[in-house]
Every structure is written in C-alpha cells, then in structure tokens.
Ligand binder design. Structure first.
Ligand code: NDP
Ligand code: 8X3
Length: 252
C-alpha cells in the first residue's frame, strides 16, 4: 500500500506557503502547489521535483467556479488529498476604519475568508468519504487580538479562527483533524502586499527586532501534520521572542 501523503497548499508561491512546500518535500510528501503566479509555481515545481512529485494549480481563491474546476482537474495520482494547508491570504492596507478602502476590505474578506471556504468546500467531501484527512488553517495573532488600524484584516483572521473551531466540531466525527497555526510577525511579502509595493514602508515593519521566518512556521506545520492520527494540534500561537502581543510592535 502507498503510504505517501499528498498535501494541497494554497499560497505556495511565496512566504509561509512556499516554505511549507519545501519542508514537506524534504519529508517526501507529494505536493499540489497553488497560487496565481505561474512563473513562481513553475520555479518551485522545478526546485522540488527531485525530492517529490509536484503538481501545480493556478487559480484565484476568490473564483469559486475555478476553485472547483482546479480541484476536479487533478490527475489520478494527485486526486486523494490527505493534507489541506489553507494558507493563501494577505492584508491590504492599514488604515483606520473611517478612511478604509472598500476594495481593500473586499479583497481581505474575499480571499482570507471566502477563498478559504471555497477551497475547503472543494476538498472536504473526499476526506469525509474516506473518514480521514487533516486541515491546517493559517490564521494569525490578528485572529486572536485586534490592533489599531488592523480592523478588517483582524476581522478576517478572527473569522478564520471561528472557522477553524467550527470545522473541527463538524469534521472530527469523520476522523478529520482540523487545526490552526496563528503566527505573529513573519518576514515575507506580506507587508509588500499590505503597503501596495511601498517597499520602504514594508521593510520598516521588520526592522529593529528579529521577526519569525517562514521556515520557522513551516517546521511547525510539519510537526503538526506528522503527529499520529489520534493527535490533533487544535490551535497554536507562535510569535517571535521580541513580540509579546499584537499591540507592542509598531506596524507603521
Ligand atoms: P505572502 O504575501 O508572502 O504570500 C501570500 C500567498 O497567498 C502568495 O502565495 C499568494 O500567491 C497567495 N494569494 C494571495 N491572494 C491570493 C488569491 N486571491 N488567490 C490565490 N492565492 C492568493 O504572505 P505570507 O506568506 O506572510 O502569508 C501567508 C498566510 O499567512 C496568509 O494567510 C497571512 O494572512 C498569514 N499570516 C502572515 C503573517 C506574516 O506576518 N507574514 C503572520 C500571520 C499570518 P499569488 O499572489 O501567486 O496568488
Ligand atoms: C500577520 C501579522 O500582526 O501584521 O497576520 O497582523 S500582523
């Protein structure tokens, strides 16, 4: 019997998702890498193909038809998904609620919340049918504690926290593990996206202290998914040592 597991990773073109892909490849987990930037997907596929089988899927998590189509299009040897990493997401803007941008609000709720739901909806039925599977949601400390100007991003991550709990309640009876990793500040392209390419502002977000690296989070993700089937790490917060709460470090 083939015991090799297959992981479906959203947001694998950058940051935390890309490092989870690299970490899983080291451990011979078959990979389905998702994102919108095909060149990045191709590069990562090339990099990891000597370690494991890799398939790429290019879709926007906001497009529910395409999410379903992409999952349905998987070749036979990638169809059985053991591990779903719900990671795709970003912050857009850091403005007080009174001057917040409606397009930013839509982006955060559509990607971080509805996108996560669409991908989960496409994959959960096969896990229920098999009575096994593992869903790991990448939440945030922003889903545990709100910070000034974080309003809608924090709301989207609080929604991920609620969905993590709700999914676990509904799915544990089907032998499916559901858990979350909630990181604090991790140096990725996150702040470039949040500040819309203002790289000076983005860099400032990680200056004067040592933030987490995506690799730190990826190692924890592998630890979580490599526990025996009766062990479910339900909810985990990880911060860099310099950070003790969401309000301490200035986010510019
Ligand atoms: P990055 O910006 O480095 O990566 C974000 C990933 O999400 C990219 O691969 C991007 O791929 C993908 N993505 C964004 N929008 C979409 C979309 N509409 N459809 C499909 N994929 C999309 O950020 P991080 O690695 O930091 O973020 C990953 C997760 O970690 C997010 O959920 C974030 O909220 C969370 N997080 C980050 C923290 C941090 O400090 N960095 C801390 C706590 C949580 P592409 O653009 O190719 O589509
Ligand atoms: C990303 C970390 O603190 O910038 O979720 O919101 S934070």
């Amino acid at each position: 019997m083939n015991m090799k597991k297959t992981a479906f990773i959203t947001g694998a073109t950058s940051g935390i998702g890309r490092e989870i892909a690299r970490e899983f490849a080291k451990h011979n987990i078959r990979l389905i890498l998702c994102g919108r930037r095909q060149d990045r997907l191709d590069e990562l596929q090339k990099e990891l193909s000597s370690k494991t089988e890799v398939h790429t899927l290019n879709f926007d998590v906001r497009d529910k038809e395409n999410v379903l189509k992409a999952v349905a299009s998987l070749p036979e040897n990638f169809k059985k998904i053991d591990i779903l990493i719900n990671n795709a997401g970003n912050a857009h803007g850091l403005d007080p609620i009174q001057t917040g941008n409606l397009d930013d609000w839509d982006a955060m709720l559509d990607i971080n919340v509805k996108g996560l739901l669409y991908v989960s909806k496409a994959i959960i039925p096969q896990m229920v049918a098999r009575e096994s599977g593992h869903i790991l949601n990448i939440g945030s400390t922003a889903g545990k504690e709100v910070y000034p100007n974080g309003n809608v991003y924090c709301a989207s991550k609080h929604a991920v926290d609620a969905l993590n709990q709700g999914m676990r309640m509904d799915l544990h009876a089907h032998g499916i593990r559901v858990g979350a990793i909630n990181p604090g500040l991790v140096e990725t392209e996150f702040s470039d996206v949040r500040f819309k390419g203002d790289s000076a502002r983005a860099e400032k977000a990680y200056q004067g202290y040592q933030p987490l690296t995506p690799q730190d989070v990826a190692e924890i993700a592998y630890f979580v998914v490599s526990r025996p089937a009766h062990v479910n790490i339900a909810d985990l917060i990880v911060m860099c040592t310099a950070q003790a709460s969401n309000t301490i470090l200035n986010k510019n």
